[in-house]
Structures are given as structure tokens and as C-alpha cells.
Design a protein around this ligand. Sequence first.
Ligand SMILES: [Zn+2]
Ligand SMILES: [Zn+2]
Length: 731
Amino acid sequence: MSLNSSRESKVESRKSSVESRSTIRKNPPACHSERTQACHSERTQACHSERSEESPFVSRVRFLSVSRRLGRTAITICRARFLASLGMTAITVFAFGSTPAWSQQEMVSQLKEKVSKAGVFFRADAPRVLRNSNDPCLPLYLEIINGVEKTAHTTGAGLSQYITREPLKLLGLNLFVKPAGAGRQFVADLLPLGESKDFSFDARSNGQPLTITDRMKKTLEVPRESIDTYLRQHFIGGPFHAVDLWVSFRLEGWPTQDFYLRVDLNAPPLPSLPGWYRGDVHYHCGYTDNPAERGYPLSVTKQTALHAGLDWLILTDHSTDLSVERYAQELQEVQKYRDGRLMLIRGEEITTASSKQTLLTTVHMLALPSPDNPEKGFPNPSHPQEDVILSGDGSVASAALPIKEALSRIAAAGGFAYAAHPFDPISPLMRGGSWDLDADFLAPEGKQLQAGLVGLEPWNRATMATADDARDPYCLHRDADPEACFQPDSQANQYARLEKGIELGWRPLLQRGLQASGDSTHAPGFKVFLAAGSDAHGDFNYEATLDVVDFLGKPSRGLSGYAEDNALGKISTVVYAPEGMGPKGENILRALKSGRSVLSNGPLLIAGLERNSHGSLGDSGDVGIGDSLAVSLGHLPPLQLAWVSSAEFGPIESIRLIVGSQEGESQPQEIPVPASRQMASGGLIPVDLRPFLGKNRGVWGYIRLEARTRNATGEEFRCYTNPVWLEITGD
Ligand SMILES: [Zn+2]
Ligand SMILES: [Zn+2]
């Protein structure tokens, strides 16, 4: 913070405290001693001036950052752990290359000092929205890793034996809050943390720094009441829903490490419909843990998922990071934390070898457990105690099971799989590639999907904007480089990537499924479903990757730290489970296995054929999303639609009906939405399908729907349904 800005903010602070004095209900929680203020003013001088100096190393990283931008999408898909080890090598080489000509002893001690600071990882994170009004706290997750390569199980780990690190000493944490946006500055007063839970490491409470030899993972639960009181005391014009947080680690012998987050403190519930449960098929928690990426503990993940408005979450940690023991441990944690409010299911993201090239091509697969036994893994027939599919040791050269073998293990266990981000190229360095339609999705004759595979997940990561600054992507710091902050990124446009997946994979597969139907009167030859997953790795507020510090203890930008506007809860798969989720998530898995789901980043649109005129779609005999019906044109009931949005996502702009046949898909047909029903259908709205289906006589086809909304800020949101399959048997 520059002198100017701190002066301005003090003026604002004074103004607002006069304004709000009469409205202060009680003093802030008491643990705030004078000592804090002293620490704070020291920090204010020191902390940000550090960032404006630019070390040659940072310039070098900026150069790398430009080249990285070009390949960002490719790299970000799976966050090449290879780059982590590469990055460590670059850091080491550069350290030796830039050392001035001091005496040998000085050189050694300087180098030791620099190396002890390089490659240390910090992260502060908090939910981007608080929707759970039953939770009085904002969870603030804090992580420090004293040398990311120390725990590596990749080639980078070899370097760590040459690095001696001093323990880090955490003196405490400073937290500031202000109304969201560039128009307001942080004020100098600290947010009181006295009533926050799990703050024993703060020097303010025990006078001793916390010594971190290896790792620190803490969740600080900040009472929302403290935040409200602070805002009332310091800012005019409340109440404020969206706020900016400035989180600052105070360390002994280090510059402060600063993070900026944006939180909606009072977000409304997500749009919902009875019997439909919103969740995420692709999420990485703390069992994904390697030098390039790592998730968070389940306790704080659960708290944040509830704030995000999710009903269920499937943990899909990387097969490269798991072991039999870790997989068993993950199940124990799932059992501990799942409940009726948040259903947790243990799945796995498996790195498999594509069939199109036996050499050097891996693709990712979401393996989901049996709906009849969600706690069962995928046992190895030769070693039944090995119930997790493992892919080597996480290094680039590790072996991956061929797709076919992985699928046969999944299917034998009663499980099923979706192709993860199937058409997003992974960096060639990671041997990554796209799923191949014939070689990977389809069984040899092309008349079935490979056994065990049910669909694909082309809606992966809700990203529209990216930033080079992994600690301040909202540009909240005064000296922030606007170029480095969240910018629209055409490469990261989630809708373009989703449409590409539909175009390249889903539509051709749907068409093959219809063509393979032969004379089946019960169902098409095969079905194939869509799913959506955040692929967040922790990532409560935004997605940040490998933000380590350089030799001077400064955040290292560029190659080793960037951000994407993705977070837990931003995109979801919403499943139909009229009997509830099931005690272990059985009904969620059943719905995902049979395509009874829609994909959404906000609004909901559902559809079905009501065959008994009870005025609802949940009765037995009704035909819903994922189901199939053979019927004569004369007996074809109208398609019933229901939809709901909210002010957060805006009114429905368009509902489009798409009809699929063996020849391909029709042009989307607009279904008119009455102005009075743009926020919610308020019940079932019938649509006569006969004009659209006249041509599909005696063969299977399908219908599917898409809804689009736009909110007051112009942001677009979508919902995609899975199909309803229909055969018109005659007049
Ligand atoms: Zn992946
Ligand atoms: Zn993933």
C-alpha cells in the first residue's frame, strides 16, 4: 500500500467510523492487543514495496510467462507435474548463474539463504460464495509447504536432497476486509480474529511463532459477525454482500506473503427443483498431492461445498497420487464427513493409455463406483487386495493402464466411467491427448461403447478468464499490474470447449448409438451421456496453480503461478433422485450411470413425458431425461418442461430443442418462454413434439434441450439436458 493510499483509506476509515459509531452493536472480539497494531504498521511499510522491485529472476519468469500463455489451455488441463520438476531445475540453474563474485564463504552463505527461500509454497483460500446461512463462519484455508519438491514423488524429488531448509516461523496472520471492487481501498485497521477458531498459532495469542519444518494446513473460521461489524465500523453504504479479503502471512525473516480473495458473504440458494440434486463429478481433495497440484482436507472442503450450494461431491483424486493405503484412508474420511447435507463419494481420476497410439499418449478417465456398493473400489483380479487403479509413481515416464483394461476392472466391480475433459489437449510433455472416437470410446465393431464407459465430461472447469497473478487475480492491490489480473481468455472459454466436446464427441457418438439400434424395440443401440465437473483442486475462490516464492521470498509469477476463474461449485451436474441421494450416494450414482442428469452453471431445465396425467414427472411410467420410449405418434404425450433461474443468473433468454436422428441433429428450435415465466416455469409447460418428430418413424431418435440465461451484469449461464430417446412406432 503506498503512503497515498493509506492516507486516503485512513480518511475513509475516519469518515465511516463517525458514521457508524452509533450503529456499532458491540466491540469487536477482544483478543486484539496493541501488539497487533505494531506488527501491522511494520508490515504496511514493508510488504508491498517488495513486489514493485523486479529481480532478474522475475523478469525471466515473465518471459516464460509469455510463452506459457500460448500453451495455457494445454498446460492447465492437468497441471503438468512435469513442469514442477522442470521449474525446480530452472530455479536451481539460475541460482548458480546469477551469483556475483563475492568471497567464497559469502557466496556459500548467500546461496544457502537464497535456496532456503526458493520453492516454498503459500496459499490462502476461502469460498467464493457463502450460501449456507446455518454456518456462522467464513472458513479461511491456509497452507504453507516448506519446499514443495520435498514431498515430490517425481523426478524433481531428486533435487531436494541438496537443499537444506530452515524451518519457517509464522508470526501470525493479518486479515483486512473491504467492500468488493476497485472503488474502495483497504483501511489500516486489522479485522479482529479473537473469536476465530483454530488460531492458536498466532503470536498474538501465545507470543510464540509457529515453527513449520515441513507443512502447515489450517482452517481459520472467521465469524461472519466480526466481518459485518468491521464493515459497519469502517465503510459507509452497507450492508455489503461482496467483499474483498486481504490475507497476509507474517513470517520471521521473510517479507509478508499476501493473498487477495473475493467473497459473496450472503449469496442466495441456487435454483433447485424437487428431486434434483446438484453436485460435482470431478473434484480433487487432499489425496491429490504432488509438486504441481494439491487439494485441501475434507473437513474444510465439506464446509465450502455446503457454502457453494452443492448436495454431493465425487472425489476424483489422481491415480498417479494414490496408493492402496491412501485410497483406504480416503474412504474412512468420506465415511466420517458425508451426511444428509453433503453426500461424499470416493471415485478416482485415472491416467490411462489411449488405444490410438500404444506409445506416449495418455488420457484421463473419471471412474465412479458401483451404485450398489459405492464404497467398493476397482479390485485388481490378480491382486484383489489392490482395489484402486494405480498409474505408476506420478512421474512422466510412469506406466498407465490401457483404457480397455481400466474399463474392464471398473465394469467388473459394477462401476462406470466418463471420459474426463475428452477433447482438451494436455501438454505433449505429459503425453496427454484427446480421446479417440473409434479407438477409445467404442468397442471394436463400433456398435457399443466400451463396456464400463457411459459418457463424457466436456464441460470441465468453469473458466472464462485467466490471470498471471496467482495471489491477486482481482487486481485488488494498488500496484497490481492490470495485465496480470483476470482477463477474458478466449482459450479458456468454457462454452467453446463444451461445444467442441459436443461437436467432436457427443453428437457423433449419439448418432452411432442410433445407427447401432438395428431392430431393437426397447432402446437405441447404445446411449451416451454428458457430465460436468469443476476439476477444481481445492480452489475455493479461484483456481491457482503452483505459486511458490523465489529467492528473495517474493511471490514468483509467470511459469510457476497463475490463476483461472474456476472454483468448486461454479459448474455442476444435477441428478434426478426422487427417492433421495441414498445413504452412501447410491441414487446419485444410479442417476449418473443412466444419464438422469442435466449440466448447469446456474439455471435448471428439466423435461419428460408424462404418461399418466398426474401433473408431475416423478410417477412410475413417466419417461424422463436419460430414459427411452417407443410409442405411436397418436399416443405420444406432450413433452413437459420445467425450469428455474434466479436473479444471480438472470431470466431465461432462450430454450432450444434439438432433435437427433441417425442422420445427425436438427437445427435447434426455439421454444417460446412467456415473459411472466422467465425466472421459473411455475409448473410443467407442455410442448407438442409431433411437428418435430414426424420423420423419425420406426427408428430411434432423441430430443435434448438447452437453456440460456443472462444476468444484470451481462454474464451468460447455461443448462444442457441429457436426451430423452424416442422411437415413433407408427401413426
Ligand atoms: Zn484430468
Ligand atoms: Zn482432474
